[in-house]
Design a protein around this ligand. Structure first.
Ligand code: SAH
Length: 246
């Protein structure tokens, strides 16, 4: 009987892989992976392991999700140990739930192996805690990915009004809209925010600004990148530790 492991690869730093993920990667007959998963992880696979790239960058599928689901299923018919390796955590904007449902409907056994999500770990590597006593008691993780053709935004901006910390994934190309909308709903123009690119890797870049000037400061920042908004961003001044350390 084959088994599919829907596995989180963590945010980039290979040492942020869980022991469980590493074990199944070493046992895998086939690894089906995205671009966001650190390719060095594949070096841990056994000899003869097959690799299937289902390229996915920044939430944009190069292969449609239906085809990815079917690819996983077909591999489960052929192989005993199938690892579906996904950046960060498979259930945080990773469509892991859809893949699991597809397998469940076809009677394929699967395990979910959570991963360290970029939403928390990437700010941490920039010296920004998503919560902090006296500064932020909650954080929200949202996707700001919307088709540019959409006239009306589907994002419930008003809900974000009283949020302490907001982390936007897949939002870099929408940065000017995000900052504009947050100011519109009443966030102060000088509300601190940061764009963190290639977090937890040696190429990590952090740009700190305010809602008013972040767009101008963050031009040319490469993806993958996330945006973090809130007073916690100021803590970086004291807590920055990773850049220059890696
Ligand atoms: N399942 C993933 C998220 C997938 S959505 C997770 O739990 O991390 C993809 C988005 O995650 C990217 O557009 C970017 O906003 C963010 N992201 C992933 N890895 C990142 C990294 N190393 N640095 C900055 N942002 C990252």
């Amino acid at each position: 009987m084959s088994r599919v492991y829907l596995t989180g690869a963590g945010p980039g730093d290979i040492e942020l892989l869980t022991l469980k993920a590493l074990r199944v990667i070493k046992e895998a007959d086939v690894i089906i992976y995205d671009r966001l998963a650190n390719p060095d992880i594949l070096k841990e696979a056994k000899d003869g392991c097959e690799f299937v790239y289902v390229g996915k960058e920044d939430g944009h599928h190069i292969m449609p999700q239906d085809d990815i689901n079917e690819t996983i299923y077909q591999n489960a018919l052929k192989h005993k140990v199938v690892v579906r390796l996904k950046g960060g955590d498979p259930f945080v904007f990773g469509r892991g739930g859809e893949e699991a449902a597809y397998l469940q409907e076809r009677g394929v056994l699967f395990d979910i192996i959570p991963g360290i999500t970029s939403a928390i770990s990437v700010p941490a590597y920039a010296g920004i805690p998503v919560t902090h006593r006296g500064v932020a008691v909650s954080f929200r993780v949202v996707t700001a990915h919307e088709s540019p053709n959409k006239k009306e935004s589907q994002i419930p901006w008003e809900h974000y009004k009283s949020d302490d910390t907001i982390v936007f994934l897949m939002g870099l190309h929408n940065l000017s809209k995000i900052s504009k909308k947050l100011i519109e709903i009443g966030k102060p123009r000088d509300c601190p925010c940061a764009v963190i690119s290639k977090g937890t890797t040696k190429d990590q870049q952090v740009v700190v600004g305010t809602l008013a000037d972040i767009v101008q400061k963050a031009v040319d920042v490469p993806t993958p990148a996330l945006i973090i908004v809130g007073e916690v961003v100021k803590l970086r001044q004291q807590l920055q530790w990773f850049e220059g350390n890696s």
